[in-house]
Design a protein around this ligand. Structure first.
Ligand code: AP5
Ligand code: MG
Length: 192
């Protein structure tokens, strides 16, 4: 199984590149953000809780997210592999992902970290905010999301670097250029 974590700040292109990866490699897309937005739209209990955090740019608590993740893995073990988009975002989430995969005899192939500077991120998200209808694509919430990323999520890079899983991908080129770098990185990993 090819199990990829697509890692990066809000607006770094995780969702965009995931779609291309799914087409190319037929992986199961696990986007915790998409899942939570669906729950919000449906007005479920989980959606109500998630809305409270998402609209402020804060993280949904780990216990909730880990339960969701474990359930998603369990239900998709017949797939060719996973692309984890937006998970993990904290060290406990990273540990939970490693443990759950290991219990099923699986492992993360690589963590691809899309590197984009904060100014470009803000620019992309403000632009998307004009059409996306996402409650978190506004000036104040974008700033909180970036702050939360640097404080709580970015330390995972060190966690994965220690496991020799971290691959940096320049994320500021065109969508195709970024995807080319990703493909090269995956080819390097899978061809030894
Ligand atoms: P989530 O949905 O994961 O959002 P995010 O991390 O804030 O990132 P985005 O989806 O905004 O950006 P992206 O990296 O996918 O980039 P995209 O491809 O869209 O999470 C949302 C919230 O849910 C969190 O804040 C949290 O509250 C909660 N949550 C989710 N998971 C959680 C977890 N595990 N634990 C706790 N809470 C959780 O691209 C962005 C824009 O840029 C688009 O308009 C795109 O067209 C454009 N673009 C993409 N690539 C390029 C390029 N190369 N050049 C120019 N523009 C580009
Ligand atoms: Mg996304």
């Amino acid at each position: 199984m090819l199990n990829i974590v697509i890692f990066g700040a809000p607006g770094s292109g995780k969702g965009t590149q995931s779609e291309l990866l799914i087409k190319r490699y037929g992986l199961k897309h696990v986007s915790t953000g998409d899942l939570l937005r669906f729950e919000i739209k449906e007005g479920t209990e989980l959606g109500k809780i998630a809305d409270h955090y998402i609209s402020k740019g804060q993280l949904v608590p780990d216990d909730i997210m880990i339960e969701i993740l474990e359930d998603l893995i369990k239900k998709n073990l017949d797939k060719k592999g996973f692309i984890f988009d937006g998970f993990p975002r904290t060290l406990p989430q990273g540990e939970a992902l490693n443990n759950k995969l290991k219990k099923n005899g699986l492992d993360i192939t690589a963590v691809l970290s899309l590197e984009v500077n904060d100014e470009a991120l803000i620019d992309r998200l403000l632009k998307r905010g004009q059409i996306s209808g996402r409650s978190d694509d506004n000036d104040d919430t974008i700033k909180s999301r970036l702050h939360v990323y640097h404080q709580q999520t970015e330390p995972l890079k060190e966690y994965y670097a220690k496991q020799n899983k971290l691959v940096y991908i320049p994320g500021e080129g065109t969508i195709d250029e970024v995807f080319n770098s990703i493909e090269k990185a995956i080819n390097n990993l899978t061809n030894g």
